[in-house]
Design a protein around this ligand. Structure first.
Ligand SMILES: [Zn+2]
Ligand SMILES: [Zn+2]
Length: 175
């Protein structure tokens, strides 16, 4: 399991790791095998209609696969948010019916990355690095809301961005 120190800016690695895709595929096969070959021999009542069985079996297979893909996603997503990967994978693993995953999405923190200038951890909504004052995103010189690098005027207050000491579009160095 990867730990938070491997955070990089612009980490564009796949969000679903290979191990969880393999686990999900295996789980799907196991579930299908169980429902098609094991379960019918243990029932004493007549088998239900084939259409219903296909629907039922595939649904369970996909749900179990989704569970493993979810674990894989959390293992990749938690470090980007400086959250405890082990703790949240445990929660997702032990909570029934995907409640752990729902909790994770409700409680997850904003993404963190590193300041390109000094390497300090910064949240995605920061305009400036709290350690070195490096400008992380373009912002209006009047209302300090985020603007796009190509904007001439602030979309919130109409401020002429060209009159800023350093125009926002020239200050963007990252993002
Ligand atoms: Zn910095
Ligand atoms: Zn503004």
């Amino acid at each position: 399991m990867r730990e938070p120190q491997s955070i990089t800016v612009n980490d564009d690695e796949r969000m679903i790791p290979t191990w969880s895709i393999v686990a999900a595929s295996l789980a799907f096969v196991v579930v299908e095998y169980y429902f098609w070959f094991i379960a019918p021999t243990q029932r004493h009542h007549p088998a239900s209609a084939l259409g219903f069985r296909i629907y039922f079996n595939l649904t369970w297979g996909f749900l179990v696969s989704l569970y493993f893909l979810m674990l894989g996603y959390v293992s990749k997503d938690a470090p980007r948010r400086a959250m405890s990967t082990r703790f949240w994978m445990m929660i997702c693993f032990v909570m029934p019916a995907g409640i752990g995953a729902v909790l994770y999405f409700l409680l997850r923190q904003p993404e963190v990355s590193r300041c390109p200038a000094c390497g300090a951890f910064v949240l995605s909504d920061f305009h400036f690095c709290p350690q070195c004052n490096y400008q992380l995103t373009a912002s209006c010189g009047n209302c300090f809301r985020t603007v796009r690098a190509t904007d001439q005027f602030c979309t919130r207050c109409g401020h002429d961005l060209a009159t800023d000491q350093t125009p926002a579009r020239l200050r963007v160095l990252d993002h």
